[in-house]
Ligand binder design. Structure first.
Ligand code: DLZ
Length: 165
């Protein structure tokens, strides 16, 4: 069970479904690029490790996390993926911008999950500072891009099993 693990970066690969017939979209925010590039690398490596072909991973960048919702919708409509992985990093600043961007993208991704017949995975870091973000994109708390990819594979497998019910 995922709940018994500290984080999914330490998942057992044998427990992850084979993903060689799956197709993914990844939408990644350019804001805080040092962090989001590491999240992207983690996600792509994990998808590849579980059998996803390079040609079946479609990556699109957007300027900031607020634009992730729109980008994710476009990639879902144009590429017909089995799931879309959303990657971003929102770091608390001195103003309330942080709250509005977090709320906006969280609400947006929730809406996409309700409107489309595929899962949209929330791989967005929302941290108090840069160090907390670095700790979660390949640091002491694993790589949340890796975890988002594992979650995406699991959700696609769940959807495919539901299709046969
Ligand atoms: C404006 C802004 C700020 C202050 N901080 C972040 C952030 O920490 N992470 C992020 O992904 N994006 C940030 N942005 C940009 C917004 O997401 C968005 O791109 C702009 O408000 C334009 O719509």
């Amino acid at each position: 069970m995922a709940s018994s693990l500290k984080n999914l970066s330490s998942h057992d690969p044998a427990q992850i479904p084979d993903a060689s017939d799956m197709k993914f979209g990844i939408i990644v925010s350019e804001w805080n690029e040092e962090v989001t590039a590491a999240l992207l690398e983690g996600a792509v490596n994990t998808l590849s490790k579980h059998g996803v072909l390079k040609d079946n991973i479609h990556i699109m960048a957007v300027p900031g996390s607020f634009e992730i919702t729109f980008g994710a919708r476009i990639i879902a409509e144009k590429q017909n993926p089995d799931a879309v992985i959303c990657l971003g990093c929102i770091i608390q600043g001195e103003t309330r911008h942080f709250d509005f961007i977090c709320q906006g993208v969280t609400h947006g991704i929730t809406e996409l999950n309700l409107d489309f017949d595929i899962p949209f995975i929330y791989g967005i870091l929302t941290t108090d500072n840069q160090q907390q973000a670095l700790d979660r994109c390949g640091g002491k708390h694993g790589n949340k891009g890796d975890e988002a990819a594992v979650t995406a594979i699991k959700m696609v497998a769940l959807k495919k099993s539901g299709d046969h019910m």
